[in-house]
Design a binder for this molecule. Structure first.
Ligand SMILES: NC(=O)c1ccc[n+]([C@@H]2O[C@H](COP(=O)([O-])OP(=O)(O)OC[C@H]3O[C@@H](n4cnc5c(N)ncnc54)[C@H](OP(=O)(O)O)[C@@H]3O)[C@@H](O)[C@H]2O)c1
Length: 258
């Protein structure tokens, strides 16, 4: 029989990087975690194994965002995995949804193509919007939504302007959703990482690039995925119940001064 106290989280883009750390942190908090990913089966398998080795509960969930049909695949896989793990039947509930999966294209207004634009918006803005829409009936009252955006929505970074526009859209969605879902006790917040040590930013591998990124933060280093995950864990915890519609930067204070 399913335990009604089990909390379920869906973390998108949890095979690698920040999403992997969020999945591990929520699992350590006792949550059953769906480790969603797009293509990298091995990375997602490793995330799940790390969680299980630490005594947590998780399962991999593959669905490549870009077309809305991916959402049918996602929920089919989610229901099957939750049924196998917890003995539920029918559409499985969601307590915590972390919209983390994202891509970047390092081109500014001169170089960006229409195809780049369409892909950026499809993965970073359209997918979370329709994922939330498709999750509305599954989200339990008192639940949590966290949208992972970027510190770049606060400062000018012309070389990634279309990417940042996708995240600004997600921050607007955060505020709207907070009002929409507030009557159900569901909180909705944005967490905006700064320079974080993952694969998404190729300049992170270049010592000079990494040094420049570290120098731009008040704390004089780049962040770890776990430092972003800690903030998300707090918002997802009972302690975060009175916080909604807000944007939190987990960036070590990037670009604070002139
Ligand atoms: N790292 C930073 O410095 C930084 C700064 C600000 C904001 N962020 C934001 O933080 C979030 C996580 O970034 P990260 O640095 O952890 O990135 P990452 O290491 O590149 O990992 C990205 C994750 O998203 C998944 N993903 C990418 N495209 C997908 C698609 N089309 N469909 C489904 N899944 C897809 C990947 O799955 P596969 O591995 O299977 O492809 C992977 O699990 C992103 O939204 C990013 O914009 C990151």
């Amino acid at each position: 029989m399913p335990d009604p106290t089990d909390r379920l989280a869906l973390v998108t883009g949890a095979g690698r990087g920040i999403g992997r750390a969020v999945a591990a942190r929520l699992a350590a908090d006792g949550v059953v975690v769906a480790v969603h990913y797009g293509q990298d089966d091995e990375a997602a398998r490793l995330t799940v194994k790390q969680i299980q080795d630490a005594g947590g509960r998780a399962f991999p969930l593959r669905a490549e965002f870009g077309r809305l049909s991916a959402l049918d695949e996602l929920w089919r896989g989610y229901d099957e995995a939750v049924a196998a793990l917890l003995g539920t039947a029918g559409p499985a509930p969601v307590d915590i949804l972390v919209n983390n999966a994202g891509i970047t294209v390092p081109h500014g207004v001169r170089e960006l193509t229409e195809a780049d634009w369409d892909r950026l918006f499809a993965v970073n803005a359209k997918a979370p919007f329709f994922l939330v829409q498709s999750a509305l009936s599954r989200l339990r009252d008192g639940g949590r939504i966290v949208n992972v955006t970027t510190a770049a929505t606060r400062v000018a970074m012309p070389m990634i302007s279309a990417y940042t526009m996708t995240k600004a859209a997600l921050e607007t969605f955060t505020v709207d959703l907070a009002v929409e879902l507030g009557p159900r006790g569901i909180t909705v917040n944005s967490v905006a990482p700064g320079f974080t040590d993952t694969d998404i930013n190729p300049a992170m591998k270049d010592p000079a690039g990494r040094k420049a990124m570290a120098a731009s933060s008040a704390l004089k280093r780049v962040g770890t995925p776990g430092e972003v995950a800690d903030v998300i864990s707090y918002l997802a915890s009972p302690g975060g119940r009175w916080v909604t519609g807000q944007r939190f930067e987990a960036s070590g204070g990037v670009s604070l001064g002139l």
